[in-house]
Design a protein around this ligand. Structure first.
Ligand SMILES: *Cc1c(COP(=O)(O)O)cnc(C)c1O
Length: 413
């Protein structure tokens, strides 16, 4: 670890090949934004693009835009761009619906492909919506499925011959730990199970190789590291070898083999289009495309390298300058085993985060006691790490977090 100073970090910025990407985002004056893992910053072109789609494609061309402006193919076109970011091939990814909904579709398909098995392996401490959706689905199916909730250390051992599906999130939303996609997928396949990988905190944050790892199914979020905007469409990946093999349960007309034939009965498309259900939000897809186009121009290996450095330096500086104030590191120190975020545990985490936000360092709080900082190499500078820690130090030194206004609970944390 080099000796860290503001000058040292500033020098890294001046030599950083990713630095120019920062100018492509709108970032509020003086704000150090360390929450791009929750809602990515706005690409400047998104504003222009949305205005154009509203004024021209919707306003003027109206319904002809489905053909003329490619609206009908948008989910697929964006899916192909996402495919490049996650190591998938063209025709294997769609940009559509929400993360939770895509998980529901995939889990249903996977269970249908393993009808003689009843067990689903998930991580108990995962972002709850994944687990909630699985619970809702098996209740709906009523076929006696059960979910075995494992934690990181016992996942491999939990993958036994009775397991139908292993459904996991690669990077943990709270701790930032990175699961071994290749080893877990191999183990699942060795016992005849299928895998679903949730890439919410992976896509755009680190290199992902779904096909090299022989992943069956995957999904993820558009509004985090992909910078697609609030509520952006999510994505869904189905490996080519599984397309046409199982039918996703939300059998709307967009997943029909011939949507405009308006046949009386459902007949599934035998390709990735079967993952669709109905009309997609075109304005949101247009915004998402702006984020994807930037991401597709960036070198993912460089993103990963910078992300690991930013996280390492942040950990080192917090420990050096705020060491005596009761923070304990939750994220692993091993850069290979974490995503692009750092979490600390602190009893007063909520109030500390509110005080930080008031001082223009934006991270977030995850109950009961975790302060979480996401690092997005496309628009976070090395000096931001220094400045953020100095503001945190000031808050701790002067007990600024104790102010009443930082101790009132908010609906969204
Ligand atoms: C962010 C996130 C989600 C979000 O789900 P939505 O359906 O988009 O609300 C789901 N799962 C994980 C693991 C996440 O990190």
């Amino acid at each position: 670890m080099p000796t860290l100073s503001r000058d040292f970090l500033s020098d890294l910025d001046s030599r950083d090949e990713l630095a120019p990407f920062r100018d492509e985002f709108h970032l509020p004056q003086d704000l150090i934004y360390l929450d791009g893992n929750s809602l990515g910053a706005m690409p400047l072109v998104a504003k222009q693009r949305i205005l154009e789609v509203v004024a021209q494609e919707w306003g003027e061309a109206l319904i002809t835009s489905w053909n003329k402006n490619g609206w009908f193919q948008m989910a697929e076109k964006l899916g192909d761009k996402i495919a490049r970011l996650i190591g998938a091939d063209p025709g294997e990814v769609m940009a559509c619906d929400a993360t939770g909904i895509n998980l529901y579709k995939l889990l249903s398909m996977a269970l249908d492909m393993r009808r003689d098995r009843r067990v689903i392996v998930m991580e108990g401490s995962n972002f709850p919506t994944d687990n909630y959706m699985a619970q809702g689905l098996i209740k709906q199916l009523g076929r006696g499925h059960r979910i075995y909730f494992a934690e990181k250390e016992d996942i491999l051992a939990a993958i036994t011959e009775d397991v139908a599906v292993v459904s996991l999130t690669e990077v943990h939303y709270k701790t930032g730990h990175l699961l071994d996609m290749k080893a877990i997928t191999e183990k699942a396949h060795a016992v005849g199970a299928l895998v679903i990988w949730d890439l919410c905190h992976s896509a755009g944050a680190l290199p992902v190789f779904v096909n090299d790892c022989h992943v069956d199914f995957a999904l993820g979020c558009g509004y985090k590291y992909l910078n697609g905007g609030p509520g952006a469409p999510a994505f869904i990946f189905v490996a080519k070898r599984h397309q046409g093999r199982a039918v996703q349960p939300l059998t709307g007309w967009w997943g029909h083999a011939a949507p405009f034939a308006f046949e009386p009965d459902y007949r599934p498309a035998d390709n990735i289009r079967q993952t669709l259900t109905g009309t997609q939000p075109i304005l949101s897809l247009a915004a998402l495309e702006c984020g994807l186009d930037i991401m597709c121009r960036a070198d993912m290996a460089k993103i990963r390298e910078k992300s690991m450095n930013l996280c390492d330096y942040f950990i080192a500086l917090v420990e050096e300058h705020c060491g005596g104030y009761g923070f304990s590191l939750v994220t692993t120190r091993s850069r290979e085993e974490r995503g692009s975020q750092v979490s600390f545990r602190h009893k007063q985490g909520f109030a500390i985060m509110q005080a930080l936000i008031a001082d223009k360092v934006m991270g977030d709080f995850r109950a009961p006691d975790i302060v979480r900082f996401g690092f997005t190499p496309l628009y976070t500078r090395y000096v931001d790490v220094w400045d953020a820690v100095m503001r945190l130090k000031n808050i701790m030194e002067n007990n600024l977090w104790q102010k009443p206004e930082f101790n009132r609970l908010t609906a969204v944390t």
